[in-house]
Design a protein around this ligand. Structure first.
Ligand code: HEC
Length: 667
């Protein structure tokens, strides 16, 4: 275990009054209850390899869950939510005043607690050494903080393994070259994040789509949020779960080849590629978890090839899919720090988002591009002794885009947690593919300093004078070619602006429009149309899910709205918000809804041609209780005549949890 106090000690932090340990900060009460699986013993997570001499390491330790995008603290704290997200508030208000505080001897570092299974943390608070701290807390708070710190639900450790499933595949034939057969390899079928499948890859025509039927369902055991998008390669499904397991299934039958226990939530899509130095070729599947650990597994067997931690900060996590390009893995790093860092007991703020390039064969870091290059330094000690740091923020919630023509990597950036907000926050950044050196950036929203816990009287001096709109760009840049032959790089804002940049002229703004009818560039408003998770593009249109604003098709050359799709009636599971990233095949756009509906609409005019309600129970091939919920963040994947989608998203408001992976086909 590392010295829990090294960071603050190194920075010469002197006073820290223990009264801060009372930590009854107001923002602390996480929302309501949800039935959870019973706790069971779980093995401790092996400690992460520690890169030598990390510079000024931030205080503390933990991770959480979810696929690719920006947190919405209001949503997270606003109502009953299952999932492993909301416990950060409890941590920041009830625990971080001692854990990570050099004055409190013996208190394990946040990092050390992060590596504990949730059962151990929960036990400490209920019957163990932290009973006194746990006494004033509700059971929901105790479970929430335990699950947040570990990054997986209580009781999931033993439940998820393939070895205990009744539907193991009878044989495990050698995996074919992923490039040889139709595939959807990663967050998008290509490295430009167009989320478009070719006619050959789809194996499904617009005329087939109305005939789609559920072929099989797979249930993630003990999972509460099935929002990791599946990857389809060589006839196999590769998919992670918030139960801390990663699975390989057969695409046709859903039989399970293997599972791997990462021990922490996996909410991003895996990506498969050849590992160098093997004849015959061997393939690895790469993904990251809620503790910012990146894994390379043998795609054939699930055996661990290497693992490495992409970032040392205790709240760093990997929520979006990595990109694999020419032997390099580009990993986006996000963070949970902003959820409740306005609490006066929390030493705000030290976490910075980044993209890390790793050697895909070894896991060795090639470069790390921080959204905010400057290291956080102490700038103030508050009356309670808590030291404040800056600059920080700029989480990366989206899968990077590769531009071979410019030898560049593009990604969206999150808001700042300290003032002033750096120019690189809330926008797009372009870095050199070989060195990670910044090429250019575009800021969609200025002065966005945001964190949870600031709208109360007893708040941290870290809170900005004017709280920002929380306008992270959580969607991946879409690199596409408009019908006029011009290349464009597209993104969306939480106010539903769509902006187009010129990748061939240093990211110059081509246009900024708002298909929901608002004025582009206006302050993002809460509750209205919003682009969070991304879009898709084919040769004629770009499609963006705008949440309550429906799905819009735009002309990529001008930004003109061509059509909009707004689902008719809400189903029993609530109103429809089309925020999940859409997917397109020739003639068709698939779009998922927070009420669990999966729609297919015509790419030509937005008319609905098929729908399926996923918010119900399913008889799963692996015989675990399985139900769907919201479709949010991740979207559908279409390969070889089949459509795959995860259902259940226990993160944002209006969304409901679930543990279903569904596969549809016309036969
Ligand atoms: C007043 C300071 C203080 C606060 C507040 C506090 N802790 Fe602790 N915690 C400690 C100390 C000191 C230890 C070491 C106790 C020992 O080893 O006897 C500890 C130990 C632990 C352990 C290790 C138990 C084990 O199995 O080894 C866990 C887990 C833990 N705390 C979780 C929490 C959580 C979660 C919170 C917030 C809900 C919290 N603590 C709040 C001081 C604190």
């Amino acid at each position: 275990m590392r010295n829990p106090h090294s960071f603050r000690a190194a920075l010469g932090v002197a006073t820290f009054v223990l009264s801060a340990c009372a930590g009854n900060g107001p923002a602390g009460a996480p929302p309501a209850p949800n039935a959870r699986p019973a706790a069971s013993a779980a093995p401790a997570q092996p400690a992460a390899p520690t890169p030598a001499a990390a510079p000024a390491r931030p205080p503390a330790a933990a991770g959480a869950s979810r696929e690719a995008a920006p947190p919405d603290p209001a949503a997270i704290f606003g109502g009953p939510q299952p999932g492993t997200e909301f416990g950060i508030a409890t941590w920041e208000t009830q625990c971080s005043s001692c854990h990570g505080n050099p004055k409190v001897e013996r208190a394990p570092s946040p990092d050390a607690i992060r590596m504990m299974p949730p059962e151990r943390i929960y036990t400490a608070l209920t019957t163990g050494v932290m009973q006194a701290q746990g006494a004033p807390m509700t059971d929901v708070q105790k479970r929430g903080v335990a699950e947040f710190m570990s990054g997986r639900p209580l009781g999931s450790a033993n439940a998820g393994a393939a070895s205990s499933m009744p539907n193991r595949c009878a044989s495990n034939p050698p995996i074919a070259d992923p490039a040889a057969a139709p595939a959807w390899n990663g967050w998008s079928a290509d490295e430009s994040n167009r989320r478009a499948q070719s006619a050959r890859g789809a194996g499904l025509t617009a005329a087939d789509v109305p005939k789609l039927k559920l072929k099989w369902a797979f249930g993630f055991p003990a999972g509460v949020s099935a929002n990791a998008q599946p990857t389809l390669v060589s006839g196999r499904v590769f998919v992670g779960s918030d139960n801390g397991f990663f699975y390989s299934l057969d695409a046709q039958t859903g039989c399970v080849y293997w599972s791997f226990e990462a021990g922490s939530t996996i909410r991003n899509s895996g990506v498969v590629g050849a590992v160098s130095g093997h004849t015959p070729a061997r393939y690895a599947v790469y993904f990251g978890d809620a503790r910012a650990m990146v894994y390379a597994l043998d795609a054939q067997t699930g055996a661990l090839l290497w693992q490495t931690r992409a970032d040392e900060h205790f709240v760093a996590r990997i929520t979006a899919g990595a990109k694999l390009y020419r032997g390099k893995l580009f990993v986006p790093v996000s963070s949970s720090e902003e959820f409740s860092s306005g609490n006066p007991g929390y030493p705000c703020c030290t976490s910075r988002g980044s993209v890390v390039a790793l050697d895909a064969s070894t896991g060795k870091q090639i470069w790390k591009a921080y959204v905010i290059p400057e290291e956080p330094k102490p700038y103030k000690t508050m009356a309670n002794g808590v030291v404040l740091y800056k600059p920080a923020g700029g989480a990366v919630w989206n899968s990077p885009t590769i531009d071979p023509a410019k030898n560049a990597v593009y990604f969206g950036t999150g808001d700042a947690t300290t003032a002033p907000a750096p120019k690189t926050t809330d926008g797009f950044m372009a870095v050199d593919l070989d060195t990670g050196k910044m090429l250019w950036s575009y800021q969609a929203t200025e002065d966005d300093v945001f964190m949870g816990g600031c709208n109360v009287p007893n708040k941290s001096e870290a809170c900005p004078e004017k709280l920002g709109p929380d306008a992270d760009i959580g969607n991946s840049p879409i690199l596409t070619t408009a019908p006029n032959g011009k290349r464009v790089l597209l993104g969306g804002t939480k106010a539903a602006d769509v902006f187009a940049l010129d990748p061939d002229r240093g990211g110059a703004l081509l246009y900024r429009v708002n298909p929901s009818g608002a004025t582009p560039g206006e302050d993002p408003r809460r509750g209205g149309a919003s682009i969070v998770w991304g879009g898709a593009a084919d040769s004629t249109h770009v499609y963006y899910g705008m949440g309550s604003g429906g799905l819009a098709a735009l002309d990529p050359a001008t930004g003109a709205t061509v059509w909009k799709f707004q689902p008719k009636a809400p189903n029993a599971n609530g109103t429809s918000a089309l925020g999940a990233a859409p997917t397109t095949i020739p003639g068709v756009v698939f779009t998922g809804s927070t009420n669990g509906m999966l729609y297919a609409v015509s790419a030509a005019d937005g008319k609905e041609i098929w729908s399926f309600d996923t918010s119900k129970t399913f008889d799963a091939v692996n015989k675990v209780p399985t139900h769907g919920g919201a479709i949010a963040s991740s979207g559908a994947v279409v390969v070889g005549g089949m459509v795959f989608v995860g259902s259940g998203y226990a993160v944002s408001s209006g969304a409901s949890g679930g543990n279903a992976l569904l596969a549809f086909s016309v036969r």
